[in-house]
Design a protein around this ligand. Structure first.
Ligand code: UTP
Length: 411
């Protein structure tokens, strides 16, 4: 981290945000601990904590349907779209961004989710599956594309070492760059930052919405510009079937003169827990499943099909210029209740059994509302959607294994 911030400056910064309690143990700390704490105070953005005092409750505008480009239409033009996309890839204008900074709490494994082995007769790591899919595109295009991998403080080192140890699963190392997302303070329900140690503020990763800002911080935007990369395909770590830098998807977005695209799948039922791409006050937006009203669930389009019938799968394509345009715009903060280990008044450690505060996140899906337009592009869910969220049951390793095997992938 390396910091120049002194005690007086740290005091002022904390005072501005009502967080002076963070310095409670300062006088008792060793010189090294003092330096660490000051560095952390300099680094962190405490303004997120004010959110909980004047919570503006994510107010939605007027929602209307946004028709998806469906498989039938795509099939008719697949050859044309693929050709456009392949050309763009060959020219080095497309890159992939893997979001791997999450904690994977629901899966319950200690390590990064991408290191999870879903193999049965041989090791098949989630990262490996994703790279295998990318390699198919590399072969088709006869060209490598850049892969940027976002990690967090918690999993950066181990992720990088894992790729190294497995020789990048056959990907060209010089086309892979890692960057680390920012951390934000975690607080109690009143918005007071917790201390994890006397010299350390409790933090959590700032959500997957900060990826472009973090890429920029790590100097990767320069690399993007220098290499003439125009499109960034952002995707989640946990969908082991997804096609990344999919030529037809890239081509369709370009051919339809859109600055963004989102892969969507037909929902299995109106209550399925996926966000729906629609229009909000005339601009693209994603409505979360719990925000869908009964009326919206029943609404039909002109063909009599569900008007809000397609869910996003966290695979988005953004034009780089559009990202630069929106990057200053503030994304809404999502506040999530969480169990936050901390020290109590007496400085003793506490491991809470129920949520005792908030973590603060921005989400990539909110970026969709900032872009001028976005193409909802349907993909066949049986072939492209096998998310691993839970250890067992729905969206688990088991369901993903079945889907992989149905697609001829040896596990
Ligand atoms: P999820 O919303 O599934 O979160 O992330 P998660 O942290 O992986 O898992 P749970 O909720 O704790 O069980 C969707 C995608 O966004 C990435 C994840 O790695 C995943 O690819 N992500 C999430 C980040 O990169 N950073 C974050 O802070 C959060």
């Amino acid at each position: 981290m390396g910091t120049e911030m002194n005690y007086g400056e740290a005091y002022k910064k904390l005072d501005r945000h009502g967080q002076l309690h963070v310095l409670k143990y300062y006088d008792e700390l060793t010189e090294e601990e003092k330096t660490k704490l000051l560095a952390q105070i300099e680094e962190l953005d405490f303004s997120v904590l004010e959110y909980c005092k004047n919570n503006p409750a994510n107010r939605k505008g007027i929602i209307s349907p946004l028709a998806a480009m469906q498989l039938e239409d795509i099939e008719k033009k697949r050859a044309q779209y693929t050709e456009i996309g392949l050309e763009e890839i060959k020219r080095g204008r497309v890159a992939a961004v893997l979001l791997a900074g999450g904690m994977g709490t629901r899966l319950g494994s200690d390590g990064p989710k991408g290191m999870y082995d879903i193999g049965i007769t041989r090791p098949v790591y989630i990262f490996q599956r994703l790279v295998e899919n990318m390699l198919e595109v590399v072969r088709r295009a006869g060209a490598w594309f850049h892969l940027f991998i976002m990690t967090s403080d918690r999993n950066h080192k181990v992720t990088e070492e894992f790729f190294e140890q497995h020789e990048y699963f056959g990907y060209r190392k010089d086309y892979v760059r890692f960057f680390v997302q920012d951390m934000v303070p975690a607080s109690d329900f009143e918005g007071k930052a917790y201390l994890e140690e006397r010299w350390k503020i409790s933090t959590s990763p700032n959500g997957n919405g900060g990826w472009f800002t973090s890429m920029n911080k790590w100097g990767l935007l320069e690399l993007v510009r220098e290499n003439g990369i125009q499109w960034l395909n952002v995707f989640a770590v946990d969908n082991v079937l997804q096609r990344i830098v999919d030529p037809a998807f890239v081509g369709a977005t370009i051919a339809n003169q859109c600055v963004a695209g989102a892969k969507v799948v037909r929902k299995t039922n109106p209550d399925e827990k996926v966000g729906v791409l629609c229009l909000e006050d005339g601009r693209p937006s994603i409505v979360e499943y719990y925000e869908l009203t009964d009326e919206m669930k029943k609404a039909k389009d002109e063909n009599g099909d569900p008007a809000y019938g397609f869910g996003v799968i966290l695979n988005y394509l953004f034009h780089e210029k559009e990202l630069e345009r929106i990057t200053d715009g503030q994304l809404p903060l999502h506040v999530v209740e969480k169990k936050i280990p901390h020290i109590d008044e007496g400085g003793d450690p506490v491991e809470p059994e129920v949520p005792n505060g908030y973590k603060y996140e921005t989400l990539v899906l909110d970026m969709i509302h900032q872009v001028r337009n976005c193409l909802p592009y349907e993909v066949e869910r049986e072939r492209e959607f096998a998310p691993i969220k839970n250890a067992v049951g729905e969206d688990s390793v088991e369901t993903a294994q079945k889907l992989c095997r149905a697609n001829g992938i040896e596990l």
